[in-house]
Design a protein around this ligand. Structure first.
Ligand code: 8ID
Ligand code: ZN
Length: 369
């Protein structure tokens, strides 16, 4: 271990000479919290040292996912590392690597995503269900994440990002993009069929609309407010239902889609919206659960569930292949990230807006500010 670290430092030094970049500092800016819902402190923290299997990424930008807010609040029945540096949509440059890393070179562009590592030897990993591994390690949850200038990541799971990519724009693809792309694959729809995106103008939703379009689907979006409606249509969505204005959401959706959408992607953070989707989905259709409101239960009325023969499926981020494919859609210009860039020091304000449901698309933090 010690030997591998000293070799690593040698590698860094030689690269630093070659590229005449600045040396890796010992401390950096990051946002850290010590207890759930405690103060989000923007301060100097140590730069982590990569283990033999890890790369050290100089994170330039990180998306802010609603999951980061859940982690800070302690919403889920899954223990969080404390203290924690959150963040799992980090895009940056590899500045150092451990002795076992073969798939990244210094100077490569890498993405830090939710799934930081899995055992790779259990049945689930073997079959490509890496995110469902019982030993999954999670960036910004069980492993310090991308709300810092330098973050470590398991080289096997870190995302490969092509050189020349806009790092602020690609950041949201690393969780939101991968997740909705995988959820759409899970819905198993055919071109020309209807998909409803519940929570259509949030971080995941605004990308889901575009991936769905790129897959040839007709898109109905559900969200609240005129600014969200405008964003939805700008992204290419066809029919918008405002959950704040519409009196009978189930009827309105069934009417607009001539019998209900063939699939529903639930990315809202509202239990009632999830249950409602089991009502308006078309017979034989598929409801996909993605959003994770605290303590939520999805209720489906058994008689209709059987007679309509609907399916309800959970979908949890994606594996390495899903990641590569989702980034490829982005690189080919088929999806764009509707982002607003702010400084990392402004993370508490972003969480506040997110809690109030006021975020349009995705906020991305610039780690230099
Ligand atoms: O792998 C996964 N399953 C995964 C991956 C990433 C994120 C799951 N998530 C989860 C997050 O933890 C969170 O619970 O997906 C959820 C959405 O994340 P997000 O897109 O990052 O959140 P957001 O940007 O706040 O968007 C939520 C949208 O839902 C709308 C809001 O207006 C907002 O635009 N919304 C709400 I809140 N209530 C609604 C309702 N009743 C609603 N839209 C429709 N109907
Ligand atoms: Zn996320």
């Amino acid at each position: 271990m010690l030997r591998s670290i000293s070799r690593l430092r040698t590698v860094q030094r030689s690269v630093i000479r070659l590229n005449s970049t600045t040396a890796i500092p010992e401390s950096q800016k990051g946002v850290i919290f010590y207890e759930h819902s405690g103060k989000l402190e923007y301060k100097d923290i140590p730069v982590p040292t990569p283990k033999p299997n890890e790369i050290l990424v100089n994170v330039k930008y990180s998306g802010v996912c609603h999951t980061d807010l859940h982690a800070w609040k302690g919403d889920w029945p899954l223990p969080v590392k404390l203290p924690l540096v959150g963040g799992h949509e980090g895009a940056g440059v590899v500045v150092a690597k451990g002795s076992e890393v073969k798939n990244f070179e210094i100077g490569d562009i890498a993405g830090i995503k939710w799934l930081n590592g899995s055992c790779l030897s259990c049945e689930l990993c073997e079959k490509g269900f890496e995110s469902n591994c019982a030993h999954a390690d999670l960036s910004g949850y069980t492993h310090d994440g991308s709300f810092q200038q330098y973050a470590t990541a398991d080289a096997v799971q870190a995302a490969k990002i092509p050189q020349g990519t806009d790092l602020a724009e690609v950041a949201p693809i690393l969780c939101a993009g991968v997740t909705v792309y995988k959820a759409l694959k899970t819905a198993d729809l055919k071109p020309g069929e209807w998909v409803a995106i519940s929570g259509a103008a949030g971080g995941l939703g605004s990308l889901a609309v575009q991936y769905a379009k790129a897959m040839g689907l007709r898109v109905l979006g559900i969200d609240g407010g005129d600014d969200k409606k405008k964003l939805f249509h700008n992204l290419g969505g066809e029919v918008f239902i405002d959950f704040r204005k519409e009196k009978n959401i189930v009827e309105a959706i069934q009417e607009a889609t001539n019998g209900g959408p063939h699939g529903v992607i639930n990315v809202s953070v509202a239990e009632s919206a999830i249950t409602q989707s089991t009502e308006y989905v078309r017979p034989t259709g598929t409801v996909v659960l993605v959003g994770l409101p605290a303590g939520a239960v999805c209720k489906s009325e058994v008689f209709s569930h059987v007679v309509k023969s609907i399916q309800i499926k959970g979908s949890y981020v994606g594996n390495r292949a899903d990641t590569r494919e989702a980034i490829d859609f982005f690189s080919r210009g088929l999806v764009k990230s509707p982002i607003k860039v702010v400084g990392l020091s402004e993370l508490p304000e972003v969480f506040e807006l997110m809690e109030q449901g006021k975020i349009l698309g995705r906020y991305v933090v610039d780690t230099a500010k």
